[in-house]
Ligand binder design. Structure first.
Ligand code: ADP
Ligand code: MG
Length: 693
């Protein structure tokens, strides 16, 4: 890639020596470009700043004030508190920093601070700043039209240093930005976005808050667009390069299954099926994501799709994330297909000896028409006679690589349908699965009894246990779920294990309890789960491993401890485990009654719509957290965009990207040279993940 001045190490910028460069590197800033894209975390102007006289106790505020006096006060507990009296035209207030006596050396009388934090009452009103910046001494006098920017800072590189680095370098950096511009003037105007250099200038030195937002939208578009380009390439590679299978529909199996079903398909199921049929009949590979809420009836949809493949003489495979789920699918599907004379085969890892040989033979000879299995289907020893359709259930449990591995080995180009029971907002699906076409099951079959959801505090635990005992007495079963933040979080695991002992000995003596968590060997998990499914256990004490797909209609209680620690979508998955049988079902959340958690949980209690819950979850937790920290970590793909606020940009980005890739798939045109270079340098690893490049 052509070298740009922006690629040079920050170390060579004014005011950054080798030592500071190291500190910046620890914040993820290595090059001049990284610095330029280190954008302010917040903006303050006259509209966000409160005159000191108007500060009300209990409110989060931002103030600007001059330090009138200051000092460290000791307390009886040994805690040392730095205090400064801040003054503006309207009045004075004490600012207090408990435990930070060293600030006494940093601040001097006359300094002008911009500080934000809560106002408390403590011998009078005082503000306890969570963060502050020191403005230059004359800044407060020209408050009028000014906007103050605060950058994400670190202990090593505090706010004032960052601001100074920008002050001495921003003009120069901005001059280099046109090197990075990848859009033509005409394209840019069609999209209604500012130049890249204008955008970055607006971001770092906005004249007003609307300017800053205009600049941000340009960066947001860029990152969404680049990701969509990568996905449009993957989509083209998957669907358009080379012919796919054009499945032939005869209705030989589809019609009798319709007649045999004990229920009507929902409107959503019929709609989604017509999308899938149409796609499968095209001479192009299907690459489709089917999203549906828990219990929306995805399995039946999958089954019809598999029958379409069978009618034209093709095999199909349904891959589930666990053996229990594979067996569950098998039971449901086998009973429906046996009367039609369609041959169903199961292949899982625990299948051994003669049974396994038989299954492999049926897959290889083509006598197995519908194949249901687990990861075992991916192994090299499995060779299909003519796989025409692969369906991946609960797709977030599999990597893209795994489904690619299976597809690559086939001599033809089978259609792909991935199914997900984690309803994610359309915008999120577009951003992260832009390579897939989207079908959505947004309707539950009629007659479902809603699960009654209740919030309880820990003090009410005994009465909750009592309720669970009466349910067990009536022959029902219950799940008790404990949080497990990540696999390595031993503390939480201990909680589930310890609780299991306590519950067994003290709370439910005489009942049959099982323990299920992620660190047990797979075989033991399967044993426990099948025992619960058979009704040989009354109570299942578990972590979130019960979240996915399991169907035990006799279970009527889902009791979740520390519910505030779960995402709403995760809670929704858990709640979906009950309410599957004739009995009235209950989801009881035990919650530490603190903070904002209960606002989230109230939304969950009052809604049964997985998509609505997912949107609320995304809004309240932010997209970084949405998938859990493990998946995106500290380097989120999307830094500047907000998938709720920027949905219009996302739609625009996808449309633009698909249009470009349809005419210039490898970005070889001279107009796309810079775009191609930028994407290659920024998304190298993602390109591999999407199977492009
Ligand atoms: P999920 O989408 O969570 O995988 P399933 O496919 O397991 O849901 O379906 C849940 C239950 O709903 C199954 O018992 C299934 O037989 C039933 N079901 C599916 N479609 C319908 C329908 N249209 N009407 C009534 N029940 C249905
Ligand atoms: Mg399912």
């Amino acid at each position: 890639m052509a070298f740009s001045n922006l690629d040079q190490p920050v170390q060579f910028l004014k005011g950054v020596g080798p030592k500071r460069a190291d500190a910046l590197a620890r914040m993820g800033i290595g090059s001049a470009r990284d610095l330029l894209y280190h954008i302010p975390r917040r903006y303050d102007d006259a509209s966000t700043i409160t005159p000191i006289a108007n500060l009300a106790v209990g409110v989060e505020v931002t103030v600007i004030g001059r330090v009138r006096s200051k000092g460290v006060i000791p307390t009886r507990t040994g805690l040392r508190i730095f205090q400064a009296v801040l003054e503006d035209d309207s009045g004075i207030i004490t600012a207090s920093w408990p435990g930070q006596p060293w600030l006494d050396r940093k601040l001097t009388k006359g300094d002008v601070l911009l500080a934000s934090g809560p106002v408390k009452f403590f011998h009078g009103r005082q503000i306890q700043p969570r963060e502050f910046i020191t403005l230059s001494k004359d800044e407060d006098s020209e408050m009028g039209g000014r906007v103050f920017v605060s950058y994400p800072a670190s202990e090593e590189v505090p706010q004032w240093i960052l601001r100074r680095i920008f002050e001495s370098n921003l003009n120069k950096l901005l001059k280099w930005v046109p090197d990075d511009e990848y859009m033509s003037e005409r394209e840019r105007q069609e999209l209604g976005l500012p130049n890249l250099d204008e955008a970055l200038s607006l971001i770092h030195r906005p004249g007003n808050l609307a300017d800053a937002e205009r600049g941000r939208r340009r960066l947001a578009f860029d990152e969404l667009f680049h990701l969509q380009i990568v996905q449009a390439q993957a989509r083209r590679k998957a669907t358009e390069l080379g012919p796919g299978i054009s499945h032939q529909r005869s209705n030989e199996f589809i019609r009798p299954l319709h007649e045999a079903l004990p229920f009507e398909l929902t409107k959503a199921q019929a709609q989604v099926l017509s999308e899938i049929y149409a796609d499968m009949q095209l001479d192009r590979r299907m690459n489709r994501l089917l999203q549906g809420d828990v219990g929306a009836g995805k399995t039946i949809v999958a089954l019809f799709a598999m029958l379409l493949a069978a009618e034209g003489g093709y095999q199909s495979a349904l891959m589930a994330p666990t053996e229990i789920l594979a067996e569950q699918h098998l039971r449901q599907i086998h009973s429906l297909l046996q009367p039609l004379g369609v041959n169903v085969v199961l292949l899982t890892g625990s299948l051994k000896g003669q049974k396994r040989d038989q299954a492999l033979k049926a897959i290889e000879s083509g006598s197995g028409q519908v194949i249901i299995g687990t990861h075992a289907l991916i192994q090299d020893s499995v060779s299909f006679q003519n796989l025409g359709l692969l369906i991946v259930d609960e797709q977030h449990r599999f990597g893209v690589r795994q489904r690619m591995a299976l597809l690559k080995r086939q001599s033809n180009r089978p259609d792909l349908l991935v199914m997900s029971a984690t309803p994610i907002p359309r915008s999120l699906a577009m951003a992260f699965y832009g390579d897939l076409d989207l079908s959505i099951l947004d309707e539950l079959p009629p007659g479902r009894k809603p699960v009654k959801t209740e919030l309880r505090v820990p003090e009410q635990r005994e009465s909750v246990y009592k309720f669970v005992r009466t349910q067990i007495k009536e022959g029902r079963q219950a799940y008790l779920v404990y949080p497990l933040v990540s696999e390595s979080d031993k503390l939480d695991l201990l909680a589930a294990t310890e609780e299991f002992e306590r519950l067994k000995l003290e709370v439910f003596p005489g009942s049959r309890l099982g323990l299920l968590h992620g660190q047990l060997p797979a075989s033991e998990k399967d044993l426990t789960m099948s025992a619960f499914a058979r009704g040989d256990l009354d109570l299942l004490v578990a972590t979130t491993v019960v979240e996915v797909g399991i169907d035990v209609p006799n279970a009527s209680v889902m009791l979740i401890e520390n519910a505030e620690r779960f995402g709403l979508s995760q809670l929704h998955q858990l709640r979906g485990r009950v309410g599957r049988g004739p009995a009235k079902s209950h989801c009881i959340l035990i919650v530490e009654p603190e903070g904002r958690a209960s606002e989230r949980l109230n939304i969950f209690r009052d809604s049964t719509d997985g998509f609505e819950i997912a949107r609320a979850d995304l809004r309240m937790r932010g997209q970084g957290d949405f998938f859990g920290s493990q998946q995106h970590g500290r380097d989120p793909i999307l830094r500047f965009s907000d998938l709720i606020a920027d949905e219009d940009l996302l739609v625009l980005a996808q449309k633009t990207a698909r249009k470009i890739i349809s005419v210039d798939p490898n970005l070889e045109h001279i107009d796309h040279k810079r775009l191609s270079e930028l994407i290659e340098s920024r998304y190298q690893d993602r390109l591999a993940m999407f199977g492009v490049g």
